[in-house]
Ligand binder design. Structure first.
Ligand code: ZN
Length: 113
């Protein structure tokens, strides 16, 4: 009989904290954020069938690699952001505002004062 595999190591981040660079507040610990889900989901029209809504809300890919996720900086600016994160390593490749209008404001050059 073989021993059960030690799964505890796969549940840690090697003593590193996952930190998210909020476009509004700067680099913060992930504990300030709330995970919102897969950012690639396209929701159906409000009057779409229950089956379409069921699939949009409950059917998710379990991606082993890079995915786009929504997070809310709940203990900070409360803004929703899109995080491009590798689910295997937790490496974050990009962060941007979830709302295109807010992202456009962030990219706009600041007026000299
Ligand atoms: Zn923030």
């Amino acid at each position: 009989m073989s021993a059960a595999p030690d799964l505890t190591l796969s549940c840690t981040v090697n003593d590193r904290m996952l930190r998210i660079d909020c476009p509004f507040c700067g680099l913060r610990d992930h504990s300030e954020f709330t995970y919102g889900g897969d950012a690639s989901v396209e929701y159906p029209a409000l009057d779409a069938s229950a089956d379409l809504w069921h699939d949009a809300v409950f059917q998710r890919e379990n991606i082993d690699g890079v995915q786009f996720e929504t997070w809310q900086h709940l203990q900070g600016c409360r803004m929703w952001i899109i995080v491009e994160r590798d689910t295997r390593t937790h490496a974050i490749h990009s962060v941007r505002a979830a709302h295109d209008g807010m992202q456009a404001v962030l990219k706009k050059p600041k007026d000299p004062q």
